[in-house]
Write a protein of this length. Structure first.
Length: 92
C-alpha cells in the first residue's frame, strides 16, 4: 500500500482532531482510526510537532531546509580545503 505524505498543515489538523475526539471521551485507537492514521503515526507526530502551532511548524520546516543546505555547503568547503592542502603539500 502506498504511503500518503501529509503536509504540516494536515498533521496539525489531524493532531487537533485526535485531541478533540479524546476530550469527547473517545479512546485513542478509535480517534486515530477516525482520522485515518495509526497510533504509531500519531505518537510520532506528537513527538515531532507536539504543541507547535501552524506558523511554528512552517518556520521549523524552513529552518530544517536551510540547515541542510548549509551542511552541504560546509561539506563542499571542507572537501575543497582538504584538496588544496593536499596539493600544497605535494612537490609537482
Amino acid at each position: 500500500m502506498a504511503r500518503k505524505k501529509f503536509t504540516a498543515e494536515e498533521i496539525i489538523k489531524n493532531l487537533r482532531t485526535v485531541e478533540i475526539e479524546q476530550a469527547r471521551g473517545l479512546s485513542l485507537p478509535l480517534a486515530c482510526k477516525k482520522v485515518g492514521v495509526t497510533y504509531q503515526t500519531i505518537a510520532r507526530w506528537r513527538r515531532e510537532y507536539g504543541s507547535l502551532g501552524l506558523d511554528q511548524v512552517k518556520k521549523l520546516k524552513l529552518l530544517e531546509k536551510e540547515n541542510s543546505q548549509l551542511k552541504k555547503a560546509l561539506a563542499d568547503m571542507a572537501l575543497d580545503n582538504s584538496i588544496l592542502k593536499e596539493v600544497a603539500s605535494g612537490n609537482f
